[in-house]
Design a protein around this ligand. Structure first.
Ligand code: UDP
Length: 368
């Protein structure tokens, strides 16, 4: 039987970028995936002519010219700019937190007025060094915005009290004292025209791909499939959960086709109050300026991960980070296996960071 240079477990972005780089350098790759399709969580399904982001909305954004040029080899990107709207009870606010949000919240006009209100709200709280997400949020935007736009949403999304979550999660969002609703600070942004699947298809050209193939079954009968393995699945599963389960958040989507052209007027509407069970509604056509007669929406519900369902977000709190370090120590000793991607590295990665990590890994690995 043919022995490949690399067995790549997972046909998502990390695996596909690595496969592309390895093939370019003349290495042979076999890519396997449990799912019946390639592209991991950036997979899109076409419904009513609309690319539906089946595993949650993915908006490509990066500050790196190198990564932007890299993805643009595989697709042309449109000029979509993410500008979510937050719905709190009967009020609507622009995100991220910027002058549009502040002027609606406090009926003010100038940055100085906004800063003054935030300072006043922060004053009594005595937070010098924010230790958790709540303290971080309060010290950035004060109590009103925290209570209306952050607390409920975050606790729904993570299923944990904001005081138990790391501060960095909220630092992902820009905070601006200008009237600018762009959700990202990055220089480059867009959605690939034709969807994400095409990018991954191109990245996998030249590799052999086996779908519906579970690594743990496959390896029992194919121990010599490759000289090395690139494993992008859950790191704790690789080691048979021997130190216990890492925790993840999972998301469930209720997707509906509606017989109307435009349901919510925006691709992303966040529901920030605790009482509404979903975190957001995605109207997929607006990612690509769709003009189809129908529309497809997905309500997003967040819950704790259990074995057998898809893991989405790693929970980088103290307990899980310590557990991950234990697995990482085992991983370092695992000869001929490279761990990568969101699940292999247990990291809350954006797509550009996944590509960057895969390119770095390929650079180290494919030296000649
Ligand atoms: N967040 C919030 N209110 C919002 C949107 C986001 O409080 O309306 C917080 C929340 O804690 C969330 C974090 O910001 O976990 C990061 O949000 P982001 O949109 O980056 O999450 P993702 O799109 O990766 O799920």
């Amino acid at each position: 039987m043919k022995q490949y240079d690399y067995l790549i477990v997972g046909a998502g972005l990390f695996g596909a970028v690595f496969a592309h780089e390895a093939t370019r350098k003349g290495r042979t790759c076999l890519v396997i995936d449990r799912r019946e399709h390639i592209a991991g969580n950036i997979y899109c399904e076409k419904i009513e002519g609309i690319h539906v982001h089946k595993y949650g909305a993915h908006i490509f954004h990066t500050s790196s010219r190198e990564i932007w040029d890299y993805v643009n080899q595989f697709a042309e990107f449109n000029n979509y700019i993410n500008s979510p709207v937050a719905s709190y009870k009967d009020e609507l606010y622009n995100l991220p937190f910027n002058m549009n949000t502040f002027s609606k919240m406090w009926n003010i006009k100038t940055p100085n007025e906004a800063k003054e209100i935030i300072e006043k709200q922060k004053a009594g709280l005595n937070i010098s060094e924010p230790k958790n997400l709540e303290e971080q949020a309060l010290s950035l935007v004060g109590t009103d915005i925290y209570e209306k736009l952050i607390k409920g949403y975050t606790e729904k999304q993570w299923g944990r009290d904001c005081r138990e979550l790391p501060a960095f999660i909220i630092k992902r969002l820009p905070l601006r004292f200008i009237y600018d609703n762009n959700y990202f600070n990055d220089r480059y942004q867009g959605i690939p025209i034709g969807g994400y699947n095409g990018i991954v298809e191109k990245l996998l050209e030249g590799s052999d791909v086996l779908l519906n193939t579970d690594y743990f079954d496959y390896i029992k009968t194919h121990q010599n499939a490759a000289k090395k393995t690139v494993y992008t699945g859950m790191i704790d599963e690789y080691f048979n959960f021997q130190f216990g389960h890492l925790e993840y958040r999972t998301v469930r989507f209720e997707t509906e086709v509606l017989d109307e052209e435009n349901y919510q007027g925006n691709a992303v509407v966040n529901y920030t109050e605790r009482e509404i069970p979903y975190t957001r509604i995605i109207e997929h056509k607006h990612f690509e300026f769709g003009t189809q007669p129908k529309t497809v929406i997905s309500r997003e519900y967040s819950s704790e991960w259990k074995p057998g369902i898809e893991p989405y977000y790693p929970i980088n709190d103290e307990k899980n980070s310590a557990l991950f370090r234990q697995y990482q120590q085992l991983a370092e000793k695992e000869e001929n296996v490279i761990f990568g991607g969101r699940l292999g590295n247990y990291q809350y990665y954006d797509m550009d960071k996944v590509i960057e990590a895969a390119l770095d890994c390929a650079k180290r690995e494919l030296v000649c």
